[in-house]
Design a protein around this ligand. Structure first.
Ligand code: ADP
Length: 193
């Protein structure tokens, strides 16, 4: 397990509005934070990857709330780039914030949608009063986003979004993804920042 902590780039300007960014190599379902983010698909009905792991570890109550959301606010599914919260069920985290990342396309820049996932998840976390939260590397699995691009977008967006969340943890499932996020974070917090 590796850990790296660097303060957000604007920490000196807005110390009360910048989260501490922490990188962890591990399993997001095992994080002791107020909220974990799920890289969901728009159906909200579960799936593979991190979505499947969260539903397996969190139990039936998460799916029940997702079904209720589909029946009420999101009859056509959760749009890409948006976020919505449910209970954390049996997880240590009190809430799961479901967000839908973009699928990667060489022919079209969808980085604004990946950035939106992070902005909207932070907004939902603020509404809930979550002080600590964990993100997976959204869109870098089945949705095929190159990890280098996704890491830059994720870290830059979190560092530049005003929030009352104190700590944002990126939980990377592999050593390779951890190394890419570490490079992105070091670049961002390097000299002159
Ligand atoms: P997407 O459909 O948004 O690409 P995936 O779940 O397929 O979502 O993958 C997103 C990232 O989550 C991938 O980098 C994958 O390795 C990672 N991942 C899978 N399981 C876990 C887990 N239990 N904890 C943290 N990250 C995970």
């Amino acid at each position: 397990m590796q850990n790296l902590e660097v303060w957000g780039a604007l920490v000196w300007h807005y110390p009360w509005l910048m989260p501490k960014i922490v990188l962890v190599e591990g399993d997001i379902t095992r994080q002791s934070v107020d909220a974990i983010v799920n890289a969901a698909n728009s159906s909200l009905m579960g799936g593979g990857g991190v979505d499947g792991a969260i539903h397996r570890a969190g139990g039936r109550s998460i799916l029940t709330e997702c079904e209720n959301l589909r029946a009420s606010r999101y009859p056509d599914g959760l749009p890409t780039g948006q976020a919505v919260a449910t209970t954390g069920g049996d997880l240590e985290a009190r809430w799961v914030i479901h967000t839908v990342g973009p699928t990667y396309a060489k022919s079209e820049d969808r980085s604004h949608l990946l950035a939106s996932c992070h902005v909207e998840s932070l907004r939902v976390a603020d509404e809930l009063g979550a002080e600590t939260m964990a993100f997976p590397a959204i869109s870098t699995g089945v949705y095929r986003y190159p990890v280098e691009e996704a890491a830059d977008i994720a870290i830059t967006t979190v560092a530049e979004t005003r929030t009352t969340v104190r700590e944002v943890r990126f939980v990377l499932h592999t050593a390779g993804a951890y190394a890419v996020f570490e490079r992105a974070l070091r670049t961002r917090s390097g000299p002159g920042r």
